[in-house]
Each structure stands twice: as C-alpha cells, then as structure tokens.
Ligand binder design. Structure first.
Ligand SMILES: Cc1cc2nc3c(=O)[nH]c(=O)nc-3n(C[C@H](O)[C@H](O)[C@H](O)COP(=O)(O)OP(=O)(O)OC[C@H]3O[C@@H](n4cnc5c(N)ncnc54)[C@H](O)[C@@H]3O)c2cc1C
Length: 632
C-alpha cells in the first residue's frame, strides 16, 4: 500500500481525545496556542464516548453535596460539557455526546482535530521530543508532526512509551511510597477492563440464546455483583461496570484476548439473567454491546512528582496545583469477574478534596513532554482516585493551560513548577476559566471589578451583593471529616466559609439588579460572569436510569440566571450594551467590539431557570487590551 508522508507543524501536539485530551486541547487553544489533537478513533470521548458509554464522575463522588454549602462538582470545560449535554441531549443519546465533543473542538479556530489518526512513534533528540509520527491508514496517510510541546493523553501512555519515558504498570508495594492501602509486595496487576451493554424492555417476551462460546455464570459466582434488584441496580438499560476482566494480563498487549473474554462474559451474564435467574427480564433484549474494552488502567508515566496515597489522604497543598480531585480511592480485584469471593470494588473515602500538581503532569525524562488523564504520574493507589473522568478533564484543562503559557513565554514546561511567578499566572488563568482550585482566589490585577462599589436592588444576609467580587466562585465547606457521613469539601483552612454569591431577596421577586460603580470612568472591553448551576447536584450524561433519576436532567439547572441584560451608564442614561436570553451555562464571557466608557454598569436579571431570586457568583470587568489570557 502506498502511504503518503506529510510534514505538519504545531505549537502543541495532544495525543488522545478522551476526557483529558479534549480538555487539554481546548484549554490550550483557547489560551492562544496552535494545537493539533490526534485521536485514533472516529469519535472523541474515550471511555465517555458512544464506543464505551461510561458516565463522567469526579471530585464530588456519587453523593449529593449540600446546597449553598458544599459544591464540589468541577467547573471549567467539563462543566460546560455536562451542561451542554444536560440541556441539548435530554434523550440521553450516547452518539449525541460524541457530536457535542466534536462540535466543541470544531468550533475552536486554534485547534486542528485529526480523527482516525494514531500517534505511533516519537523522534527524540537532546532530551526533547522533536516530532511524532501519526498514521491515518483510512486515507493512506502518515504525518510527521513537529511541535514545541507534546502532551500524552492516550490513557496508555503510548507517546511517552514510544519516546522511551519511564513508566509503571501494576501495583506498588506499601513501603515504596508509605501507602497503607498498597500491597505488601508489588505486582504487575492492574484494574481490569469492561464491556458495557444496553438492553431495552419490549411489550412481549424476547428470548435469548447465548452463542456457544458464552461463559456460564451462577448465582454463586455473581453473589458479590449487584444486579437485578429493584431500583438503580437492575441496570439492564446500562450494563454492569463490574463486568470486568483482564487485570491479571497486560491490558495493552493482551487487549484483543481481553475483548474476546469480556464478550464471552457479557453473553454469559446476560444468559444467566435472562434464562437462569429470578430477575424479571423476560421482555428485555440487548440493544447494544460494546466491542471496545473500556480500559481502566495501563501505563502510568513517571513525572517530576509521583502523586501518592499520603498526598490524597493529607490533602497536601501543592503550590503548583492545577486541578482538584476527590473521588474515593477505588480499587478493584484484578481478577475482576473471576474474583467471585471479593467485592468488585473497595472504596476508601478521602477526608477532603485534594490538589493535583503540575509536577505530576511533567515528564522527568523529556523537557517538553506533559501528561494528563489515566497516564498521570501517580501510584496505583492515588490513580485509583484520579482516574475518574471529570478529574482527568480538570487535569487536562490545567495541563493545556500550562502548555499554552509555556508556548507564549517560550519556557520549557519542566521549568514551570519551580517558577512561582509562572504557576501564579497559570493558576490565575485557570480560575478565570472557572477551574476549581483549593486555596486560590481571583487576584487578577487587570480585573477592574474589585475596585468598584457594588450595590443591588436587594440581597440576602447569606448572599451579599459584594460577594460577586470576593474572588471565590463556589462554596466548599466541609461538613465533617467523616466522609462516610457527609459529602466531600475543602480543608477548612483552604476555602473561606461563605456562599460566595449574590442572592437577591425572593420576597421582592424578579427583575432584580446588581450594579458596579467606579469613582473614575473606565473603559470596558470584556465582562465575564459566573452563574450558579447547582454544583451540589450530581450531573452527568448516564445511560443508567436510576442514576439519572437523582439528577435534574434534560433542562437547565433551576439556580441559573436565564435572561439578563447588561447596561452601562452613559451621560446619565442607562444604555443596554448586551442582552442574553436562554442562558444555562455557568460561565459567560461578553467581549465588546466597541469599548465602553462608563463609570457604572448594571445587570438586570429578568428570569432564572426556576428559582425565585437571582444568584450570581462573580462579575469580572476587563479593559479592551486584555485579550492576552495570561497576566503580563
Ligand atoms: C468500565 C469502566 C468504568 C469506569 N467507571 C467510571 C465512572 O463511572 N466514571 C468515571 O468518571 N470514570 C470511570 N472510569 C474511569 C475512566 O473512564 C478513565 O479513567 C478515563 O476515561 C480516563 O480518561 P483519559 O482521557 O485519560 O483516557 P481515555 O478515556 O482512555 O481516552 C484516551 C483516548 O486516547 C485515544 N488514544 C489511545 N492511544 C492513542 C494514540 N496512540 N493516538 C491517538 N489517540 C489515542 C483513545 O482512543 C481514547 O479515546 C471507568 C473506566 C472503565 C473502563
């Protein structure tokens, strides 16, 4: 076969378009870098795509937070994706998730998306990756892509591996990182892979005959696997995450064997449910089953810092933190479905949310290699928490932002964690893009809003108007250290206790207004707003009916301001400079082509998406010359 070879050049090459890679590529591109994203599959999303269909969870875990007190759902790009799916995909179509992710990437002018393109090798010289080779066999093409920075978001660490970076695969021994949850002796075993399925209920009986190669299961062999109980565990419409196997093999090298065995197990479990159990599944039939094993664990690349159990359990504060995690340490028996006497997972809760440092995303072997997602530099135990997709996405956004900063300032990524000035600027930009960072508040000196006097038509004692300029955009109060009894929050010394939002008085109804006034006239180029999207609530596209039933799916979140207008006072008259209808997003940025000179602006709130008063976390006001994302 004749393959055409084409050279390409970009600032940042991102390999892998799963939750980590998409957020990384979008963040870097939105911060002004030229980005190429290579994704080996025809669709984006990795384990969240229609090819695998896992639901995205994150720092807030599986339980509700507390309204106005404990709101640990991630912000930033993953929140944008979740809200888009919630409102625009009420039917919960897995393919509409693929389309939504594709749409986000396609809309970004600085981002070149290359689907069906697999990064296969890397050229290394003088401690740097010079270029990678990426193959698109469907068009008989091979690309040599040169870049200044390379980010491995392949999940398998394929780019780092191809370059010769150090990595781990398997479980560390307790003594290596003083991890109480680790094994006494290290081994090569990992979490296994899973094939999900979806079934649908029909009006009449739907017989099922298993193929000859299906495995056989019994009530005894599934005694620790939840299924067939009334409520969410029936899950026939969604499949079973515990249909897991392959952790005792090599989840990369043996992937084809693992797929075949998982299909045999899936057919066997379905045969047992349909034909041999007392589950009322007579009218149920398989609608879809995965053919691409959802991979939980493979290579973990070694970074400047190896995140470990202690970092998570002590919620260690890292000055170069770029993301926040909080999912419990969630280990599974490598034998998966064959480990019949063990529960399919053991979840050790964490006392508090924890920092994920940039130094765990930077190769120690190559100056210009970064990582995000499953292949992060973490021990098996720490990874058992960081692997969930909203956390992978938050890390991806952090890495993409740091990479764009390095490009703009012509620095090597490896130098960033020890450069306090650089980490301050990267973290400030992440906050501006709505990331959740512990102990970090808006200190952007270009923002004119904190210099204003704030007044409002009304306010509540717990929601003063001045909260819109206090620099914090959520509440993360930790109700208790005992996580088995309460939702997860920030360590008390790392997040001031308040609602951090303006709330108008419901007794006075809507419209309501909030205004910012300055002693001297200012010139406005950009106004940025952060709304309340009920971040105490669970929110994710899920094929599971029971889980979705715990969310407000298929509609905007009721706390969010829907219709509003921004007015500027010009020569004593209030002039509308922007109006917005049908908002459901948390973050809105309004740039003004013609800068506005004024000494006061006012926000008229006409309607919310449900509640009886206005809520607003943050108003930022920038002069026209602040197109550059990073502080000068
Ligand atoms: C069955 C199962 C259940 C899980 N349960 C949950 C859950 O409930 N919620 C949750 O949030 N997380 C869950 N996880 C974990 C989570 O899905 C993963 O840890 C997460 O998807 C990791 O994101 P990622 O972007 O790092 O990797 P991935 O999602 O694996 O994405 C990597 C992408 O890179 C692409 N790629 C790979 N190699 C190359 C290459 N060489 N060139 C170009 N592209 C490449 C892949 O096709 C893939 O699309 C589960 C995982 C599994 C398998």
């Amino acid at each position: 076969m004749k393959i055409d070879l084409s050279p390409l050049q970009t600032d940042i090459l991102v390999a892998g378009g799963g939750p980590a890679g998409i957020s990384c590529a979008l963040a870097a591109a939105r911060c002004g870098a030229k980005v190429t994203l290579c994704q080996d599959r025809p669709v984006l999303g990795g384990n969240a795509s229609s090819e695998v269909r896992m639901h995205i969870v994150g720092a807030n875990g599986m339980s509700e937070g507390i309204p106005l007190q404990c709101e640990a759902r991630e912000g930033g790009i993953v929140e944008e994706i979740r809200l888009n799916q919630c409102v625009r995909n009420p039917q919960r179509s897995a393919s509409m998730m693929d389309l939504g992710l594709y749409d986000l990437c396609r809309q970004e002018p600085n981002l070149t998306l290359m689907l069906n393109t697999m990064v296969t090798s890397a050229d290394v010289k003088d401690g740097r990756i010079q270029k990678v080779v990426a193959e698109r066999l469907s068009t008989n093409d091979r690309f040599e892509i040169a870049a200044n920075i390379f980010v491995d978001c392949t999940g398998d660490g394929t780019l780092g591996f191809a370059a010769g970076a150090n990595y781990s695969m398997g479980r560390e021994a307790q003594a290596e990182y003083s991890e109480s949850l680790a094994l006494e002796t290290a081994d090569r075993k990992t979490l296994g892979s899973t094939l999900l399925f979806q079934a649908r209920q029909h009006p009449g009986p739907m017989p099922f005959s298993p193929p000859s190669w299906a495995r056989k299961f019994s009530a005894e062999s599934l005694k620790h696997r939840p299924f067939g109980q009334p409520g969410s565990d029936l899950n026939l419409e969604y499949g079973f995450w515990w249909l897991e196997w392959g952790g005792e093999l090599d989840t990369i090298k043996d992937n084809e064997v693992i797929r075949d065995e998982l299909l045999a197990a899936l057919m066997g479990v379905w045969d047992f449910i349909k034909n041999h159990s007392d589950v009322d599944a007579e009218n149920w039939a398989l609608e879809w089953c995965g053919f691409l094993p959802g991979k939980r664990e493979s290579r973990r690349l070694h970074g400047l810092h190896m995140l470990s159990e202690q970092d998570l359990m002590q919620s260690r504060a890292f000055p170069d933190s770029i993301a926040t995690g909080g999912w419990p340490i969630d280990t599974h028996p490598p034998g998966g479905i064959d480990a019949i006497d063990e529960p399919p997972c053991t979840q050790s809760p964490l006392p508090y949310l924890f920092d994920i440092p940039l130094s765990s995303c930077l190769s120690k072997d190559f100056e210009n290699l970064m990582y995000a997602g499953r292949n992060l530099s973490a021990t098996h135990i720490a990874f058992a928490s960081t692997r969930v997709m909203a956390t992978c996405s938050a890390v991806g956004q952090g890495v993409g932002t740091a990479a764009a900063y390095a490009i703009q300032k012509e620095k090597d990524p490896q130098s960033l964690p020890s450069d306090a000035d650089a980490t301050f600027r990267i973290r400030q930009q992440l906050l501006r893009d709505d990331a959740m960072l512990l102990g970090c508040q808006n200190e952007d000196p270009r923002d004119l809003a904190p210099k204003a006097t704030v007044t409002a038509s009304s306010e509540q004692p717990e929601g003063p108007a001045t909260a819109v300029i206090d620099g914090w955009t959520r509440s993360l109060r930790s109700p208790s250290v005992d996580r088995s009894k309460s939702p997860i929050g920030a360590p008390p010394d790392r997040f001031p206790e308040a609602t951090h939002r303006w709330m108008s008085d419901p007794a006075l109804g809507l419209p309501a207004w909030i205004a910012l006034s300055w002693n001297e006239p200012i010139t406005i180029g950009i106004i940025a707003l952060v709304f309340d999207t009920g971040m105490h609530r669970l929110l994710t596209l899920s094929m599971a009916d029971g889980y979705t039933g715990r969310m407000l799916w298929g509609r905007p979140q009721p706390e969010t301001i829907r219709d509003y207008a921004i007015e500027a006072n010009v020569e004593g008259q209030w002039i509308t400079i922007h109006s917005e209808q049908s908002n459901y997003q948390r973050k809105q940025v309004h740039p003004f082509k013609n800068p506005i000179e004024t000494s006061s602006i006012r926000f008229q709130i006409f309607n919310t998406n449900g509640i009886d008063h206005a809520r607003l976390f943050e108003i930022r006001v920038y002069p026209p010359d602040v197109c550059d994302p990073f502080l000068p």
